[in-house]
Design a protein around this ligand. Structure first.
Ligand SMILES: O=c1ccn([C@@H]2O[C@H](COP(=O)(O)O)[C@@H](O)[C@H]2O)c(=O)[nH]1
Length: 243
């Protein structure tokens, strides 16, 4: 297995509890550089899930809580989450500059903060439902860029965006600012129809400038998750990958 791209592969550990999540960890050891704990698992087990996952895996830990609240609440939450010793934490850029800056101050460089720009499950019609009417995909790219610049100016380490906006984020924010992309669907998993709207293959997302790919269901639901991760790593190696 070629693991040269494993540190750029984030596996979304989307399970209801530790007992269902634990069996896949040894199958993915060495294949994924980061495991992502989302709301489902965090709420199912509580904060103690972080050390329990660390015990079972050498991968970095990404806590995907997508914080979005008034600045004081987010600041105080980040102070608490800092105690868990995670490597990455997400928050919504839509919370605005004061919220993002306070979060960055509270984190104090102890973990990388990533700002969600526009969820990859949102398309133009999803945003319209919420009162944000964008003309076309170019306007979506512009919105993502505006939010990425806001995140950078507020002291975050990078953003979550789809592969379609990765090039614009890198061009506007520079090579050192992370573009982390979910909504990744290898060709062999496309067409299954799920909630992701702005999707891209691993190879194309890396070629567009994504630094790290977040992948859940194509690995989690594969009959052989180790094989699925290896296929994805192969596809990543075929693209113009990061340094
Ligand atoms: O815009 C976003 C932000 C976060 N996610 C999370 O990534 C994974 C994707 O899982 P798949 O099964 O590969 O769709 C999931 O945990 C989301 O909460 C995202 O998809 N889009």
């Amino acid at each position: 297995m070629d693991t040269s791209f494993s540190k750029h592969l984030i596996f979304a550990l989307d399970y209801p509890d530790f007992a269902s999540a634990a069996p896949i960890l040894p199958l993915l050891a060495g294949r994924v550089g980061v495991v992502k704990i989302g709301l489902e698992l965090f709420l199912g087990e509580g904060p103690d899930i972080v050390p329990r996952i660390r015990d079972k895996s050498d991968a970095e830990v990404f806590l995907d809580l997508k914080l979005h609240d008034i600045p004081a609440t987010v600041e105080r939450s980040v102070r608490n989450l800092k105690k868990l010793g995670v490597d990455y934490l997400t928050l919504h850029t839509a919370g605005g500059r004061e919220m993002l800056s306070k979060a960055a101050d509270a984190a104090g460089g102890s973990m990388k903060l990533l700002g969600v720009t526009v969820l990859t499950s949102s398309g133009l019609s999803t945003l319209k439902e919420t009162g944000l009417e964008l003309k076309d995909d170019a306007a979506m790219e512009d919105l993502v860029k505006i939010r990425a610049v806001l995140a950078m100016e507020s002291g975050l380490s990078g953003v979550i965006c789809s592969g379609h906006e990765a090039a614009g984020v890198k061009e506007r924010c520079g090579a050192g600012f992370l573009a982390v992309t979910p909504g990744i669907r290898p060709a062999w998993s496309l067409g299954r129809g799920d909630d992701q709207k702005r999707v891209m293959t691993p190879e194309r997302a890396l070629a567009a400038g994504a630094d790290m790919l977040v992948i859940g269901r194509p690995i989690r639901d594969a009959s052989d998750p180790g094989w699925a991760a290896d296929q994805i790593l192969k596809e990543m190696a075929g693209g113009k990958g990061p340094e």
